[in-house]
Design a protein around this ligand. Sequence first.
Ligand SMILES: Nc1ncnc2c1ncn2[C@@H]1O[C@H](COP(=O)(O)OP(=O)(O)O)[C@@H](O)[C@H]1O
Ligand SMILES: [Mg+2]
Length: 308
Amino acid sequence: MIEIENLSKNYGSIQALKNLNLSIDDGDIFGFIGPNGAGKSTTFKILATLLVPSQGHAIIDGYSVASQAGEVRKRIGYMPDVFGAYEDMTVNEYLSFFAALYDVPASQRKATLDGVLDLTDLQSKKSADCQSLSRGMQQRLGLARVLLHDPKVLLLDEPASGLDPRARIEIRELLKELKLMGKTILISSHILSELAEISTKIGVIERGQLLFSGTMPELLSKVQHKRVLHVKVKEKAPEALALLRGLDYIENVDMTGTDLELTFKSQRKDSSDVIQCLTDKKFRLLEVREPELNLESCFMLLTKGQVG
Ligand SMILES: Nc1ncnc2c1ncn2[C@@H]1O[C@H](COP(=O)(O)OP(=O)(O)O)[C@@H](O)[C@H]1O
Ligand SMILES: [Mg+2]
């Protein structure tokens, strides 16, 4: 649905994007993650046909953002990272104004507005002044606006930034609904954990370069060299230790009381193999768990170039 090839962008002597290559499939929620200044907004503006790349090109739904901007614009809903002023408008007036701009036929405007107001849960606010809305509601209004012409592709540049936790969750739920509607979504954030759960794929960008692109499990396996498992046995911990140490797919086992911490040698083995082995030998298990992975530390490792 979105193909980015060798995309570069210079602002004078600043190279904001360096040879970016990305491919986003139909129906993907692609989480675009990178620290401030990484080049996320520059990528969005190029895809939204608002900025001309210095080199390379991008295709959306088969149309070139450079030479077929009109066709691209019909297919995308772009929500920029900074929001314009609303003047003195109610929610309804604001959306009616944009519906007219997006060429939604007058006869369909009311139904279209109702649809996006329902989806973004702003029906009760339609007569409210835009400026009186909370920031979370304003972000939802921004989303309502880019949905008016029912675009296939949504380009959402940091839609959750500056929101409180509740408003973030509301945006996340809304994104899940949009995914179910079949939209392809490119969404950015400087926080990995914010997008980890909802994204089907993740792209990590820093200093204009893509450091990683793939699924969340792929990202984790790239960053996490050794998979760890915690096992707590009810009794006979030393015997369990000896058994586990003898397995060819286990690299190392440490014991503290009845707690065992082991690392895997083989990528093909997991907790189910360990459980099977211990229960076969009649060990009674109180707990088996993989320690929670700290996503922010993964992100730090990746952006510091400390992974292979
Ligand atoms: N209009 C501009 N003029 C000059 N430099 C810019 C402009 N816009 C962005 N930059 C620079 O380009 C780099 C990438 O910025 P941006 O795409 O906004 O990153 P992000 O959205 O990831 O924070 C930064 O170094 C930024 O300072
Ligand atoms: Mg930005």
